[in-house]
Design a protein around this ligand. Structure first.
Ligand code: FES
Length: 300
């Protein structure tokens, strides 16, 4: 599909790359400076803990919704006097508080992007930072510049809201067009719905990982205290082949961004991935390993 002019424009903005590198370094240094609390906090911001789903897109609904309400309230107050001017101010504040959390969660996700997804993430982050600054200036005018400045403050938040729509479009493009960070396991169309042989038991190493194919699905096999475990070989973050990573104390470490999954059940225990790996049952019949999906692929 040919690029739209807007896609091409964003893709060509190479000048933003150093800004992105600086933001990545600063974010990583901040988490490191937090010591033992850094990793759990980072997992929380990714959504690996508690939500078990990317947190940033959920949080962005707060500023987008609040600022949309704020713009409507500003004009409703101006033209009808049915609601007070303070309604728009309150919505602006709620949006700014939500935007701060969106900023932190977004920066945390940003550190694991690269190539084209990094370029669009850069553009998204810069656009949203401009929006936060414009909205903050609007709030400052509402609070400190007197009633005469209120129309200017409303104009500013209206402009900020329009730029917000552009930033939201870029963020949506990052996910829906580029596919960052979509769970690739969602696109597996076939797998071992019933017991399927995948090779001799002796082919599974004592302390490593192998990938086998089971009815079209890439399956990782490894031993946990001697017992063979089977999981999807596809990382739920952006699809790395997990058998190319490492196995440390019963935990698989992804070769791309070091997400960690428990071997015994596929539980994601460290981000940036947020979702668990699809697990498979394992049995041995006459020295042959057979696997079967623990849960059906696409049935409700
Ligand atoms: S692909 Fe990013 S952590 Fe696995």
């Amino acid at each position: 599909m040919p690029e739209t002019p807007l896609e091409r424009f964003v893709r060509k903005q190479g000048w933003v790359d150093p800004i992105g590198s600086a933001a990545e370094k600063a974010t990583n240094a901040t988490y490191r400076a937090l010591g033992p609390a850094g990793t759990p906090l980072r997992n929380l911001m990714h959504g690996t803990y508690l939500l078990r789903h990317p947190l940033h897109p959920a949080i962005t609904d707060i500023p987008i919704g609040a600022w949309t309400v704020g713009v409507v309230a500003d004009y409703a107050a101006h033209f009808s006097h049915a609601i007070p001017e303070s309604a728009g101010d309150i919505a602006l504040i709620v949006g700014l508080l939500g935007a701060l959390l969106a900023f932190v969660t977004g920066l945390t996700d940003f550190t694991d992007t690269f190539a084209l997804e990094r370029r669009f993430a850069n553009a998204h982050a810069i656009t949203m930072t401009v929006v936060i600054l414009v909205m903050t200036l609007s709030l400052f005018l509402r609070w400190f510049a007197g009633a005469g400045a209120h129309p200017v403050a409303v104009a500013l938040s209206t402009i900020g809201w329009l730029v917000l729509l552009l930033g939201a479009w870029i963020g949506g493009h990052e996910v829906f067009a580029i596919g960052y960070p979509v769970n690739r396991n969602a696109f597996v169309e076939s797998g071992p719905e019933d017991w399927t042989p995948v090779g001799p038991e002796v082919s599974v190493p004592a302390d490593g990982m192998v990938m086998v194919e089971a009815n079209g699905m890439h399956v990782l096999l490894a031993r946990n205290q001697g017992a063979i475990c089977a999981l999807s070989d596809v990382c739920t973050h952006v699809g790395a082949p997990l058998h190319e990573g490492s196995l440390q104390n019963g935990v698989i470490v992804c070769p791309y961004h070091a997400s960690e999954f428990r071997l015994r059940d596929g539980r994601c225990v460290r981000g940036p991935a947020t979702m668990d790996l699809p697990a498979l049952h394992v049995r041995e019949t006459d020295g042959v390993v057979e696997v079967k999906l623990a849960d059906p692929l696409h049935e409700p």
